[in-house]
Write a protein that binds this ligand. Structure first.
Ligand SMILES: NC(=O)c1ccc[n+]([C@@H]2O[C@H](COP(=O)([O-])OP(=O)(O)OC[C@H]3O[C@@H](n4cnc5c(N)ncnc54)[C@H](O)[C@@H]3O)[C@@H](O)[C@H]2O)c1
Length: 323
């Protein structure tokens, strides 16, 4: 299939692009490079454009069979401090993108949603039926857009899969691409930079939370496993599967303390760190029940925490040596 990948020059999108091509699909990346990086698109067709630019997008959609929509503003903390940016980019611009899509024959869409749509869970693991009550503007924008897709699915024949990722982590096995956000706010690169001395000691937000070791618990999912799920979701839609939202995680919660100790054991490095108050909009525990994706897509995460950390470490060392 021919797939337009919005946000394909970003972290998750660039890994999905490689999985799509490996799966025999043709891709065109559509990205405004606001947080993405041109080199992550090297070797793949890239149209530089904003999702709000209907004319450019309609042209890019010519001959496409599906859209994978990764393009968004994606920092929880920034969304709390600057919600306007999030409502503008993730809702207003995304609605303009949908207007352009619906003016073309393209009716298949795969959307990067998030566990932030659930807010603070009342039960664990989080299933797709868990209440959706986002506690930060980022999660609110993603939930709103899922509802847009559901409405357009009912009214305009759109077929969509919304994939609610938990914490994307790791890097492609060959070390050619990996996680690179500017500014970096994600825990694994920050931990590795602290270990390398290229960033200040890691601030761990929350040291006496109501969790077994007092630190935050997250479900880290390898970014290439996420990419593989997108390929499966595309095939699911091509086979006429009905619109659906589903979790993508491993089902295993990992605390920050465990993350640090596993990294230290794997690499022999020490992570200088200190504890800071919990961040607004940051639930203490999040991990997925990912069984729906297994039942519907035949997909399951295949890479464990050690693989995630080893691949991220390979990437981080490479990128630091180039800076
Ligand atoms: N990284 C995670 O752990 C995680 C977890 C859950 C969901 N997600 C979602 O996955 C998607 C990708 O996240 P990421 O971590 O790769 O972030 P990223 O910032 O690396 O990638 C986002 C990409 O979208 C592009 N973009 C942003 N706004 C755009 C616009 N208006 N027009 C065109 N391009 C635009 C950016 O330039 C960038 O290349 C986002 O939708 C995010 O909400 C990420």
């Amino acid at each position: 299939m021919r797939v337009l990948v919005t946000g394909g020059s970003g972290y998750v999108g660039s890994h999905a692009v490689r999985e799509l091509v490996r799966g025999g699909h043709d891709v065109v990346i559509y990205d405004n490079l606001s947080t993405g990086h041109r080199f992550l698109s090297d070797g793949y067709p890239l149209i530089e454009g904003d999702i709000a630019d209907g004319d450019r997008l309609r042209e890019a959609l010519q001959g496409m069979d599906a859209v994978m929509h990764f393009a968004a503003s994606a920092y929880v903390g920034e969304s709390v401090a600057n919600p306007r940016k999030y409502f503008h980019n993730n809702v207003e611009s995304a609605l303009k993108m949908m207007d352009a899509v619906l003016e073309t024959p393209v009716r298949r869409m795969i959307f990067s949603s998030t566990c932030a749509t659930y807010g603070t869970p009342r039960q664990l693991p989080i299933t797709e039926d868990s209440p959706k009550d986002p506690i930060n503007p980022y999660g609110a924008t993603k939930l709103f857009f899922e509802r847009v897709l559901a409405a357009y699915s009912a009214s305009a024949g759109l077929q969509f899969v919304a994939l609610r990722y938990f914490n994307a982590a790791g890097a492609i096995a060959d070390g050619s691409i990996g996680e690179l956000h500017t500014p970096e706010t994600h825990i694994i690169p920050l931990m590795m930079k602290a270990a390398l001395g290229s960033a200040p000691p890691l601030s761990v937000f929350g040291g006496d939370l109501e969790t077994p070791d007092g630190s935050c618990i997250r479900d880290y999912i390898h970014v290439s496993d996420l990419g593989a799920a997108h390929v499966k979701a595309l095939e699911y839609l091509a086979n006429g599967g009905p619109s659906i939202s589903m979790n993508l995680g491993t089902g295993r919660g990992v605390s920050i303390r465990e993350l640090i100790s596993t990294f230290e054991r794997l690499t022999g490095r020490t992570v200088p760190h200190s504890y800071a108050p919990p961040r607004a909009g940051d639930p203490p525990v999040l991990y997925a029940d990912a069984s729906l994706a297994e039942r519907v897509l035949g997909w399951k995460a295949t890479r464990d925490l050690e693989t995630i950390l080893a691949s991220a470490w390979k990437w981080q060392q490479k990128i630091e040596s180039q800076m």
